[in-house]
Every structure is written in structure tokens, then in C-alpha cells.
Write a protein that binds this ligand. Structure first.
Ligand SMILES: Nc1ncnc2c1ncn2[C@@H]1O[C@H](COP(=O)(O)OP(=O)(O)OP(=O)(O)O)[C@@H](O)[C@H]1O
Ligand SMILES: [Mg+2]
Length: 497
């Protein structure tokens, strides 16, 4: 290949933030038709490299170029004009606007100066069809759930016919079938000569989608290699800088205690008579395909959504449905699926985001105690190995995976007795995942109830003591012990009615 095949590059690029060098003298380039994976731990610098190449951030020194044009002084709009389309790690859609409006945000088709609604709707359907997804383009995007929104973002980027397509964790909320679709689309556009930069923490997916991989560690590029040239454990070793710890086999210990939380006949527009029992001392997994009602189940149990019918009991006592504040006070905690929208207060410190779940624990005579806040936060930052330059850093400045760990830390601080975890390992690196599983196990051993929702069925079958499978808003199977097998869970989840 000749040099003219290089679509984008960074030369000796350095980017500093207060207290951290996010990119340290980086040389990077990607060619036409190449799918390049970016691999590295949470906070390694992957998203920073992407924000540099999309014009969202400027280097402190060195240069970034697209098709030979320096990006110095250019913003995202100008860089998009050079043929770069980016899907950022955090969803950037406007929830109340329709799928169609979001797809063409800022580039609305117009006819004679007026918005051309008809064309917008035709194009919107075509854009979704191009990535093989069937959604109602008139629906508000916010009603789609995280997976649907992620697909809309991808459709929007692909529709721009970019020469460089950048995808920062495009599949973190997707289940296997949708991941497959995304991989197919990416392969197809690469065959047409588009250069693709792709971030994911799932190695099996990287192997299917990428030609080459660049491993980033502490802001430096460790290595760039064809993905077939190294084993997964070799690549993980490059990411971590040391060999990963051996995995210890887990013993499943389903609990026979009476349920701490149970629900009967829950009905909403997404649930169809759901029954579920949650017992102390175990990790209960909830499996199911997109739209099966997993997130909705947690939201109803937590009192965030009010069911049209059905009953929720806490320690045997009926609770008023939709009573979030009561549930919170009585020891329930939830890590929401969409941390940007429901999970974090971006401008507040990591420390404040942690202790906000229980301010009494860090108050004296009703007054917040700064020292106590610092101590409580620091202990949890250590326990979960959250990468932040100081406890008071605004959480919005942390890398995606570290924000996710902070949301979990909040409920450890609260000492919740029932923890409802919706995709708690979303965007979290391999090592951090292990730490989160260990925390979940400790909580269960400690007599708490842990409910674990994930679209990665493998992690459910690895970690859980019991698994409930949802289909069309109903619990259709409950598995324990040897019944917990990947193939079996998948088969039940996708079975026809
Ligand atoms: N706006 C910002 N202000 C301050 N620090 C930042 C900012 N953005 C990123 N950082 C820091 O730069 C480092 C690299 O972050 P980056 O988001 O690039 O990591 P990442 O590799 O994408 O991680 P993840 O896998 O968790 O998404 C981290 O230490 C992060 O806290
Ligand atoms: Mg990132």
C-alpha cells in the first residue's frame, strides 16, 4: 500500500488534562479499507485519541491530520466536512425528538429553504435499513432504550458516507444479534474503502470486526499488530502491562432464604404479567433479548416506573408501586442503564457522586463533613480502582469505564441491601470487570441481594447463582446449578412464543 492510502494520522501527539497525560507522544495512522481496533484499559486514552481525530479536542503538541489536512484550529463541524463521522462513547441524541429528526440533526434536508419532511422521513428509513435495523422512525428516540439509541447513532454516522468512520464502544449496550449486525455493516463499509477506528472491550468482537489493533496503555501506544498475530491473553497482557490473574472457578450458591423482594403480575407497556423473586445472599441474573423487559423490570422494582397492574412486596410487605423514595430509604439501589441521563451529575466531583446516595453517613449533627466525605470516597476509589487524578475531579472528566465504576461505588457507599444493576460492566475493561464481579460476590456473601442485568449472556452464566430468562415481558424460565449454560439461556431467550 502506498502512503496515499493513509486517511488519518497523529504525529507525536500529546494531550494533557489537569493531573494526567491522556496521550503521550503518540504516533498513529489508519489506512483506507482498514478496520483498526483501539484496545486498552479504562482511562488508557482511547477516547482522547478519538476526540482529537474528530476535532472535539485539540492536541497540546504534535499534529493530527485527515487526508493530509492538519486539524489545528478546526472544530467538529469542519472535521466532519473532511469526511470524518464519529459515534462517541456517550449517547448524544435528543431524547424527545424523533428517530428521523435525530438522524439528520443539524443537516436537515431542505427544499426551497424549508425543512423537507417527506425527504427526511424517506432518508431516515433508508439510513436505518442500511444498517439492517427496523425501527419506527417517528418514535421519540428516548423511548428506544440504550441499544436502540446506539443503533441510531451508528446509522447516522454511516449515512454520512464518511472516509473515516470512528466508533467509540458502539456495541456496549447491544446483545449478540445486534452486535453481529454492527460488525456486518462495519465490514461492508470497510470493503468500500472506508477507514474505521473501532473501540470495544470485547475481544471476541474485535477478532471478528478488526484487521489490526493498536494497544494503548497510560496514554502511550504499546503496539500495533494484525489481530490474528496474538492470542487474547497476549493482547490482554499488553493492555495491562502484566499477565492477567488466573480466573478462579466460581461456586454457585443459590439461596433458599425467603425473598427480600418479590413481584407478582407486573404489567406495563413492556411487561406482561411478570413474576419474580429476589433472595438475599445470591446473585440473580436477568437474561433476555432487546425489548424483553429487563430494564423495565428493574425500574418497576425500584419504584421508578409505576406498573398498570401487579404487586411488589419488600420483606413480605406490600409496597406502594412507583414509590422510589421509599424504596431508596428501605435499602434498594440501582445503577441505571443510561449513566449519562440517569446516573451521574457530570459537574459534581467523583467524591460527591459517590456519597450522594447516603449523606447521613458523611454528616455530623446534620451538617456535611468534608473530611468524612473525602475518607468515604477515597476508600471506595481504592476498592474499585477508579482512575481519577483527585477525588474532587468532576465525574464528567473521567473515562467512560471509570464513570461506570463510580456509579457502582455509590451503592456500595449506601450499603444497599438490594442492588439492582443494569449493565454494570458496560464499557468496563477486562480487569475492572473481574473487580466488579468480585464486589458483587462479596455483597451476596454478605447477605445482600444482587440483581444483575446484562446483554452479554456469558457474564451472567459465569457469575450468577440463579438466572431468570425474560421473553416479551414475562419470566419464562428460572435456572440454577448445572442448568446454567450459555446455549441453554440463549435458546430460551430467543424461542418463539
Ligand atoms: N475532559 C477531561 N478532563 C480531565 N481529564 C480527562 C478528560 N477527558 C479524559 N480525561 C482523562 O484522560 C485519561 C484518558 O481518558 P480516556 O477517556 O481517553 O480513556 P479511555 O481509554 O477512553 O477509557 P474507557 O475505556 O474507560 O472509555 C483518563 O485519565 C481521563 O480521566
Ligand atoms: Mg473511552
Amino acid at each position: 500500500m502506498s502512503n496515499s492510502d493513509v486517511v488519518a494520522e497523529v504525529r507525536s501527539g500529546t494531550k494533557r488534562y489537569p493531573g494526567v497525560t491522556a496521550l503521550n507522544d503518540v504516533d498513529f495512522s489508519v489506512r483506507r479499507g482498514e478496520v483498526r481496533a483501539l484496545l486498552g484499559k479504562n482511562g488508557a486514552g482511547k477516547s482522547t485519541l478519538i476526540r482529537i481525530l474528530s476535532g472535539a479536542e485539540q492536541l497540546d503538541s504534535g499534529d493530527a491530520l485527515v487526508d493530509g489536512t492538519s486539524l489545528k484550529g478546526l472544530g467538529t463541524r469542519e472535521v466532519a466536512g473532511l469526511g470524518v463521522a464519529t459515534v462517541y462513547q456517550e449517547l448524544s441524541l435528543v431524547p424527545d425528538m424523533s428517530v428521523a429528526e435525530n438522524l439528520f440533526m443539524g443537516v436537515w434536508p431542505s427544499a426551497r429553504g424549508a425543512l423537507d419532511w417527506r425527504r427526511m422521513r424517506v432518508d431516515a428509513r433508508a439510513a436505518m435499513a442500511r444498517i439492517g435495523v427496523d425501527v419506527d422512525i417517528d418514535r421519540p428516540v428516548g423511548s428506544l432504550g440504550a441499544a436502540g439509541q446506539q443503533l441510531v447513532e451508528i446509522a447516522r454516522a454511516v449515512w454520512q458516507n464518511p472516509s473515516l468512520l470512528i466508533l467509540d464502544e458502539p456495541t456496549s449496550s447491544l446483545a449478540a444479534a445486534e452486535v453481529r449486525q454492527v460488525i456486518n455493516v462495519v465490514r461492508r463499509v470497510a470493503e468500500q474503502g472506508v477507514a474505521v477506528i473501532y473501540v470495544s472491550h470485547r475481544m471476541d468482537e474485535i477478532r471478528q470486526v478488526a484487521d489490526t489493533a493498536t494497544v494503548v496503555r497510560d496514554g502511550r501506544i504499546v503496539e500495533t499488530l494484525p489481530v490474528g498475530a496474538a492470542s487474547t491473553s497476549e493482547i490482554v497482557t499488553m493492555m495491562l502491562g502484566t499477565a492477567p490473574e488466573a480466573v478462579t472457578a466460581r461456586v454457585r450458591r443459590p439461596s433458599s432464604d425467603p425473598p427480600v423482594l418479590s413481584a407478582r403480575g407486573l404489567r406495563t407497556d413492556k411487561l406482561d404479567g411478570l413474576d419474580i423473586d429476589i433472595r438475599p445472599g445470591e446473585i440473580l441474573g436477568i437474561a433476555g433479548v432487546l425489548g424483553s423487559g429487563r430494564t423495565e423490570t428493574l425500574r418497576v422494582l425500584m419504584g421508578l416506573d409505576r406498573p398498570g397492574a401487579g404487586e411488589v412486596r419488600l420483606r413480605g410487605e406490600a409496597v406502594r408501586p412507583g414509590a422510589f423514595a421509599t424504596m431508596l430509604r428501605r435499602g434498594l439501589g440501582i445503577t441505571p442503564e443510561n449513566r449519562r441521563r440517569d446516573g451521574i451529575v457530570p459537574l459534581m466531583g467523583v467524591d460527591e457522586n459517590i456519597v450522594m446516595s447516603d449523606l447521613r453517613r458523611v454528616s455530623r449533627s446534620g451538617v456535611l463533613d468534608r473530611r468524612a466525605i473525602g475518607e468515604a470516597a477515597r476508600a471506595l476509589i481504592d476498592r474499585l480502582a477508579i482512575k481519577t487524578s483527585r477525588p474532587g475531579t468532576p465525574i464528567g472528566d473521567l473515562s467512560g469505564g471509570n464513570q461506570q465504576k463510580t456509579v457502582l461505588a455509590r451503592w456500595l457507599h449506601a450499603g444497599s441491601t438490594v442492588l439492582l444493576l443494569d449493565e454494570p460492566t458496560r464499557g468496563v475493561d477486562v480487569e475492572a470487570k473481574r473487580q466488579i464481579y468480585d464486589q458483587m460476590r462479596q455483597l451476596a456473601d454478605d447477605g445482600r441481594a444482587v440483581v444483575f442485568v446484562s446483554s452479554e449472556v456469558e457474564e451472567l452464566t459465569d457469575v450468577c447463582d440463579r438466572i431468570v430468562v425474560l421473553r416479551s415481558g414475562r419470566a419464562v424460565a428460572e435456572l440454577t446449578g448445572d442448568e446454567i449454560e450459555l446455549e441453554r439461556v440463549l435458546a430460551i431467550a430467543i424461542a418463539e412464543e
